[in-house]
Design a protein around this ligand. Structure first.
Ligand code: IPE
Ligand code: IPE
Ligand code: MG
Length: 236
């Protein structure tokens, strides 16, 4: 039997370079990237993946020119407006992780709306990371715990790794089994630092807009051939 990951987490990288190669503006790359995201959602749902996480905008992406940031935010809003009914029909549950405080009111409203609409869907969970950073995630968990201690609800003596994990952004879902990054960059760029502890890492040179069904199957085949040990020893 082939091992199928329960949770796939993807850093969708290379939109800018894809556009540059075609002498197009960067935004055209982001536009093409949205189409690739639609395809990967469809193809993961088809393969019965339980959770798909997509890194759409990092805590550090605010450092980009305001015009590009603005375009990306419009793309998210537009994409949500256009895609949500189809996702809902396909029983997909949409959830967002990240620091919402810096997003526009319109986007926050839309996020709340689509989360509520798809809340009871029992199919694939699509986790979209917007203004997300692994360091932010750990920081907000620590802060929650500090507040609980301060309020006398929790004693610092009983804080375990499980308790820390329970305050992270998606503690009710399994951690990623397979991490994919496109565009030939070999780094995690502050994605799920805690949750990726035992993920199998897969890197491809393919730029995100070119990541198609075949590419996904290649990553899945690679994953199926891995031996996961989680620090233990395989008997022989
Ligand atoms: C990834 O593509 C999309 C986001 C970070 C939002 P990039 O925009 O990082 O593309 P490159 O890395 O410059 O090619
Ligand atoms: C990571 O890509 C973030 C997203 C894909 C959303 P970046 O392109 O921002 O990462 P760096 O700057 O190359 O590390
Ligand atoms: Mg990039």
């Amino acid at each position: 039997m082939t091992a199928i990951p329960q949770h796939i987490a993807i850093i969708m990288d290379g939109n800018g370079r894809w556009a540059k190669k075609r002498l197009l503006p960067r935004v055209a790359g982001h536009h093409a990237g949205v189409e690739a995201a639609r395809q990967v959602v469809k193809n993961c749902a088809k393969r019965n993946i339980k959770v798909l996480s997509l890194f759409a905008f990092s805590s550090e992406n605010w450092r980009r020119p305001a015009q590009e940031v603005g375009y990306l935010m419009e793309l998210f809003l537009d994409g949500l407006e256009r895609e949500v009914s189809l996702m809902h029909e396909n029983n997909i549950q949409l959830r967002f992780i990240g620091d919402r405080s810096r997003l526009s009111e319109r986007l926050i409203k839309k996020i709340i709306e689509v989360e509520a609409l798809t809340k009871s869907n029992a199919g694939m969970v699509l986790l979209i990371a917007v203004d997300y950073g692994g360091q932010w995630d750990i920081y907000q968990a620590v802060r929650q715990l500090a507040k609980a201690v301060e309020a006398g609800e929790l004693s610092s003596d009983v804080i375990t790794t499980e308790i820390v994990a329970s305050r992270l952004a998606f503690s009710d879902l399994p951690n990623p089994d397979l991490f994919i990054r496109t565009s030939g960059e070999y780094r995690i760029s502050n994605f799920m630092l805690w949750q990726l502890a035992y993920a199998e890492l897969y890197f491809t040179q393919t730029l995100w807009p070119d990541f198609d069904e075949q590419e996904l199957d290649q990553a899945l085949a690679d994953y199926a051939a891995r031996e996961r040990r989680f620090g233990a020893r395989v008997e022989n």
